[in-house]
Every structure is written in C-alpha cells, then in structure tokens.
Design a protein around this ligand. Structure first.
Ligand code: AMP
Length: 113
C-alpha cells in the first residue's frame, strides 16, 4: 500500500494539527514551519501528488482551493495588506510533501521573487 502523506495523516487524526477550515473536498491548516506571520496550507482531501498530476476532473477542486484561500486571507485580515499564493512542484521548487497544497503566505512585507 502506498504510504500516507503527512496531510492524509493529519486528516485521519494520526498526526495532531488544528484544522482551521474543512469542507467535503478540502481542508486548511497552519504551516508547522511558517515563512511569514501568516502561512496557511489549503489541501485537497483527494491525494494528488503534484500539479503535473492534475486532470480535467480536478478543475473545480482547484477553483475551490483558490476561493478558500481568498476567504482565509480575509479571515486572517491580510486580504488588503497583501499575500502570496503558490504551489511548489517537484525538486527545483523544493516540493517536500507530494500531496498538492496551496501556500497562503502574508501578514508582513514579503521578499520579491
Ligand atoms: P512544500 O515544500 O511546498 O511541499 O510544502 C510542504 C509544507 O508542509 C512545508 O511548508 C512544511 O513546513 C509543511 N508541513 C510539513 N509537515 C507539516 C505538519 N505536520 N503540519 C503543518 N505543516 C506541515
């Protein structure tokens, strides 16, 4: 059997984490190693290893992840000050967890990329 991702283990309760948002398709948690004052991960319950593995059937799921990010940016009061949304994909982007997740980063002035 394929190993569970850390996010699947959080979802099943095998690893403790505060789930700050959940619906039938996605959930969100604070990143354990934040790179800014606000660093949230928006994660699909369906395990998709990388953005390269997306299919047409995932189209609305990805849309829901961005809408969730927008709502959380407002909830954490960074919608007007600004924030960054990103997916790391594979080695050069330093992806470490092979279960896609959208990083929502803000709460302070971010370095230019
Ligand atoms: P990436 O490098 O894009 O694959 O991002 C993986 C992210 O997951 C990193 O920012 C980690 O800090 C975060 N992470 C790993 N384990 C946990 C955990 N148990 N709870 C919350 N965030 C985690």
């Amino acid at each position: 059997m394929e190993n569970k991702s850390v996010f699947e283990m959080i979802l099943s309760g095998d690893i403790e984490s505060d789930i700050i948002y959940e619906d039938n398709q996605i959930f969100a948690i604070h990143d354990i190693n934040p790179v800014a004052k606000v660093h949230i991960l928006i994660i699909p319950k369906k395990k998709i290893a990388t953005i390269n593995d997306l299919t047409k059937e995932d189209e609305s799921l990805i849309g829901s992840m961005f809408l969730c990010a927008k709502d959380l940016a407002k909830k954490f009061d960074i919608d007007q000050s600004g924030y960054r949304l990103l997916f790391n994909t594979n080695a050069d982007a330093m992806q470490t967890v092979f279960h896609i997740h959208l990083h929502l980063i803000g709460g302070e002035k971010l370095k230019n990329i």
